[in-house]
Design a protein around this ligand. Structure first.
Ligand SMILES: [Zn+2]
Length: 341
């Protein structure tokens, strides 16, 4: 019996060593130390031994049982560790690999330029006044002193909606009327930024849609001098403190007198280059004293009130500043262009 026990002991230990997975190990446990396992079956044979042999056999079988239990626990720990290891290796993350680059978003160059313009005008006490993109013919043209059949209408070929007389605005100027009608009789200092739309051939110089920033100041005793001083200050804040400006007489239906403002070329500092066509000057905005008819349409009596207005194109300013030679890049959604700013 003792020999049999020793054999069982040796054999069980050998089997234990061969168990390569926890599943095999569990089967081994059931068959060896389980309730109907080989050790149990041997324990039951104790009855066939003589009374003298029983204590010795009992001790031995307990000892074997304990040793096998301990061996089982060790093997189980080993297998669990190696199985975990294998699992980790299978789904390994190599922490030494460089990470995937996160694309960082940024503001569109037009938005950046707009914000720069807002900040400068805010410093000078001008509020942002938002106005609608869809306008009536009356607001877009007539109230701005451009009646039907006025030749100036040829300057702005527009998009019409299916509702007669309702169009996409061709300039931000209709906002002047909205602002005046809302604020009368208070003095006004606003800028009116927004998208404008024109039915035009798309070329490197002109797009179907573009931003404009309109400005309007209305009050008592506002003169051309105020216009020149304010716009010169804007140009110097935008393009540099030493920047020279000049005003050239022009024509707009909604201002009288009207002018265009040029700044010293920001590329060549006035020496002459292909951007300024070797004149040393680039045009950045149109301006003028608000026409009496427009003041009247906004509710202000031109005998008491006066004002000035101006309009500029942020994309055009960005084009000059960064030497962008094609306006189509702005809405082409090409990352190679957008990521440069
Ligand atoms: Zn130049």
């Amino acid at each position: 019996m003792l020999t049999q026990l020793d054999e069982l002991h040796t054999q069980s230990l050998a089997q234990l060593k061969q168990a390569e997975t926890t599943a095999v190990l569990e089967t081994w446990y059931k068959e060896t130390l389980g309730r109907k396992g080989s050790i149990y079956l041997m324990t039951r044979q104790i009855g066939s031994l003589s009374a003298a042999e029983r204590p010795l056999f009992g001790q031995r079988i307990n000892k074997v049982k304990k040793e096998l239990e301990a061996a089982y626990e060790n093997r189980l720990a080993e297998l669990k560790a190696s199985e975990l290891q294998a699992k980790m290796e299978a789904s390994a993350i190599d922490v030494t690999l460089p990470g995937r680059k996160q694309r960082q978003g940024r503001l569109h160059i037009a938005t950046q330029t707009l914000r720069q313009i807002y900040a400068i005008w805010a410093d000078m006490g001008f509020q942002v006044y938002r106005s609608r993109d869809v306008e009536t013919d009356e607001y877009n043209f007539e109230l701005l002193n451009i009646p039907q059949h006025h030749p100036a209408r040829d300057m702005w070929d527009t998009f019409h909606t299916t509702t007669p007389g309702v169009i996409l605005r061709t300039h931000t100027s209709p906002g002047q009327i909205h602002a005046m009608r809302e604020y009368y009789p208070e003095p006004i200092r606003v800028i009116l930024p927004g998208m404008c739309y024109r039915y035009e051939q798309v070329t490197a110089r002109s797009e179907l849609q573009f931003h404009q920033v309109e400005g309007l100041a209305v009050g008592k005793n506002i003169t051309m001098t105020d216009l020149k001083g304010t716009l010169t200050d804007f140009a110097r804040r935008m393009f540099g403190a030493q920047r020279q400006v000049r005003f050239r007489a022009n024509y707009f239906p909604f201002t009288e007198p009207s002018a265009e403002m040029d700044v010293e070329c920001i590329i060549c500092d006035g020496d002459g280059c292909n951007v300024c066509k070797y004149t040393g000057w680039v045009e950045i905005l149109g301006c003028g004293m608000v026409h009496p008819n427009v003041l009247r349409n906004g509710g202000y009596d031109p005998a008491i009130y006066s004002g000035f207005a101006f309009g500029m194109g942020p994309e055009r300013i960005a084009m000059l500043k960064y030497r962008i030679d094609d306006i189509r890049y702005f809405w082409g959604n090409d990352l190679r262009f957008l990521e440069q700013f």
